[in-house]
Structure formats: structure tokens, C-alpha cells
Write a protein that binds this ligand. Structure first.
Ligand SMILES: *Cc1c(COP(=O)(O)O)cnc(C)c1O
Length: 375
């Protein structure tokens, strides 16, 4: 059948270009430097057992049995949302099945006929899908260039009822950070700006109590939609937005990936809340992982390679695909699992290894990692 021929031929094209994606298992005896378990919670057995020991009643259930709007609105969901709203000092919070659900669903539920969207060029695919699904007019500003976003606002803001400015606090590919003071300034200078900030890589890692970069900078109350995920530093699954009550109520009524999906299992919501409550006490882990990020970036710059990272995510740009794969193998042989990232995920000629550090990494292992850069 033509259908299968087309699929096979498309896959062959991908394979020949070296771009075929495959599923693999993490090799044994390697340190994972490509995961998102930033605080090293995943393998912390004592912490996990402490959670299981504390688990009682309804929180032990493994399924919510339906969506939140039917019978899936369990006490753990309510408690988690209360804890989030209280911690961020917002009127409300709403929890979702994943960050992908959040970013694909929030914007389509909120846009009107006279909404404009401005989006950072390197925003996560889930945000791009949400923008497309919303049907709103949108422009992409140059990566991490809020002056460029401002030129769009100067030109178009007055023509629209509201302008959503969407960006990430810590960018997933390069580990660089948005100037959040400048972001908030846009809102002060243009009264119809609505700020939408994805803190998927900021929550847990940044801030005195781990609430993310906006909280660290004291500007979180200026962010209209602060989205965080539980699958990364919080070592769980799901996502949240902290926002006003009117936004929360609108999402409950209009957001399709909230309405038409089974609620997260109570046991999982209880685990997320358990980790969230422990976040404030994980300052040493935050310091460790951020300090490693800084030292790794310095080692890379020491080789004369530009590195924009200001976080625990550190790109090591090599350039050519083949050389990058060889470097990944060299690290692998030394016991460090770090995946090469190639075009089209990143611009042509900027193939790289993307280090995604974890507080789990012992100082001795990290120092051994640094010696691999002395080649
Ligand atoms: C990982 C990620 C998401 C998706 O979150 P999931 O909970 O894994 O679906 C959204 N935004 C950004 C910036 C991310 O890095």
C-alpha cells in the first residue's frame, strides 16, 4: 500500500540524514548527564521510602478513575493546588497531566478574537503547538532578545486587546536565562501585555526555596501565567500554573487538555506535594548543581568555545555532527552518558553535547568529568 511505502521512505530519509530517533535504555554503569532529575531525587531511596511510609488513606490510590471535572478531583489535587497558590502568593493554581498538556491547552483557552502572541524563537515545542492551536496571530522575537519583542509591541500592541508575551525562564537547549526584570518592564510599559512564563527548568533549582527564577528575582507576582512542571526537578509528573482566580476558572471551563483527560493518580499528586514541601530544604542540592553548571561552563569557555549557559544546563557546542558523536562516545567510555543534539533540533553547524546536571553527581565524579575537557 502507498501509505506504508511513504512511511518507510520517510524513515529511510531520516536514517540517511543521521536524524532517525530511536528509543534506547540508559546503559548500566554510566552517570546520567542527560536527565532532568536536577535535584537528585530519583535515586534517593531514603527520601522515597519516607514518602511511602507517610502514605495513608485516599492518597494510596493508583488511579483517579476519571477527569477532574467528573470524579477525579481528589483531596491530593486540592491540597497541591492550595500549597502552590500559597507558596507563590497567587489567588489560584491549577494542576495538569503534564507540561505538554499545560502549554498546548492554556493559550487556546484564553485567546480572544483580538489577541496577539509574541513568542521567543527558541520556546519549547509545547508552547509552539499551543500558539498554533490557539489560532492567534503571532510573531516570534529573536531568541532571548526582549528589545526585539519590544519593537513588536511598539508596532502592534495598540491594535490588539491583549498581547501575550511567552518565554521560558531557563531555556532548555542552551541553559541561558531570560532577563526577567526586562520582561516585567514590557508589562509596565504596555498596559495590555499578559506575561506567560514557562519555568520547566527553573522550578526546584532557582530561588531560596526552589520556586524558580521569577521568585528568585522577586518578580513572580508580575507574571500572569507562571507555568512549572513536576517531571523535571520535582522528579514526579504533571505541571501547574499559578495565576488569578478568573484565569483558573476560565481554564477549568475551556481548556481541552484539562477537561478531556483523566486526572493524575492520587498517589502521584501526593508524591508531588511531598517533594514540593521538601523543596525549601534542598538548598544544598541547588547550590551544588548550580555550582557544577558554572564550573562546567567555565571549562568549556576555557577551550575557547562560547557558552551562554547561566544554569545547570550546559551546551558544549562542537559544530559538526560526526565530531559531536565521537565526543559523546568519548564521554560514554569514561562513564558519562551525555547525548549529542544535532540539527534540526539546533541550528545547522552547532551540533553539541547538552549537559543536564544533577545534584546526585558526586564532587569526585564531577572533577573527573572536568578533566575530559583538558583535551
Ligand atoms: C519538558 C518541558 C515541557 C513539557 O513538560 P512535560 O511535563 O514533560 O510534558 C514544557 N516546557 C518546557 C520548557 C520543557 O522543558
Amino acid at each position: 500500500m502507498k501509505f506504508f511505502d511513504r512511511l518507510t521512505s520517510d524513515l529511510t530519509t531520516l536514517r540517511e540524514a543521521g536524524n532517525l530517533r530511536t528509543l534506547r535504555l540508559l546503559p548500566e554503569d554510566t552517570l546520567n548527564l542527560s536527565g532532568n532529575d536536577y535535584l537528585g531525587i530519583l535515586n534517593d531511596t531514603a527520601f522515597r521510602e519516607g514518602f511511602y511510609d507517610s502514605l495513608t488513606g485516599e492518597d494510596r490510590k493508583l488511579s483517579a478513575a476519571s477527569s477532574r471535572l467528573l470524579t477525579g478531583n481528589v483531596p491530593a489535587a486540592v491540597a497541591l493546588e492550595e500549597a502552590l497558590a500559597q507558596a507563590y502568593g497567587t489567588e489560584a493554581a491549577l494542576v495538569f497531566g503534564s507540561g505538554y498538556h499545560a502549554n498546548t491547552g492554556i493559550l487556546p483557552a484564553l485567546v480572544g478574537p483580538k489577541s496577539l502572541v509574541l513568542s521567543d524563537k527558541l520556546n519549547h515545542a509545547s508552547m509552539i503547538d499551543g500558539i498554533r492551536a490557539s489560532g492567534a496571530t503571532f510573531y516570534r522575537f529573536r531568541h532571548n532578545d526582549l528589545a526585539h519583542a519590544r519593537t513588536f509591541l511598539e508596532r502592534y500592541a495598540a491594535e490588539y486587546e491583549e498581547v501575550f508575551v511567552m518565554t521560558e525562564s531557563v531555556f532548555s537547549m542552551d541553559g541561558d536565562c531570560t532577563d526577567l526584570e526586562a520582561l516585567v518592564k514590557l508589562k509596565h510599559d504596555f498596559p495590555n501585555v499578559v506575561l506567560y512564563l514557562d519555568e520547566a527548568h527553573g522550578v526546584g533549582v532557582f530561588g531560596e526555596t526552589g520556586l524558580g527564577l521569577a521568585h528568585a528575582k522577586g518578580v513572580h507576582h508580575e507574571i500572569d501565567l507562571l507555568v512549572g512542571t513536576f517531571g523535571k526537578a520535582l522528579c514526579s509528573t504533571g505541571a501547574f500554573v499559578v495565576c488569578s482566580s478568573v484565569i483558573r476558572e476560565t481554564l477549568i471551563n475551556k481548556m481541552r487538555p484539562f477537561i478531556f483527560t483523566t486526572a493524575l493518580p492520587p498517589v502521584n499528586l501526593a508524591w508531588t506535594l511531598y517533594v514540593f514541601r521538601a523543596l525549601a530544604g534542598m538548598t544544598a542540592r541547588r547550590r551544588h548543581v548550580l555550582s557544577m553548571g558554572q564550573r562546567l561552563a567555565e571549562a568549556i569557555r576555557g577551550k575557547g568555545i562560547a557558552c551562554v549557559s547561566a544554569s545547570h544546563i550546559v551546551p558544549y557546542v562542537i559544530g559538526e555532527n560526526d565530531a559531536t558523536i565521537l565526543e559523546a562516545q568519548r564521554f560514554r567510555q569514561a562513564g558519562f552518558y551525555v547525548l549529542p543534539i544535532r540539527p534540526p533540533t539546533v541550528p545547522r553547524g552547532t551540533a553539541r553535547l547538552r549537559f543536564s546536571l544533577s545534584a546526585e553527581i558526586a564532587e569526585a565524579d564531577f572533577e573527573r568529568l572536568l578533566t575530559l575537557f583538558q583535551h
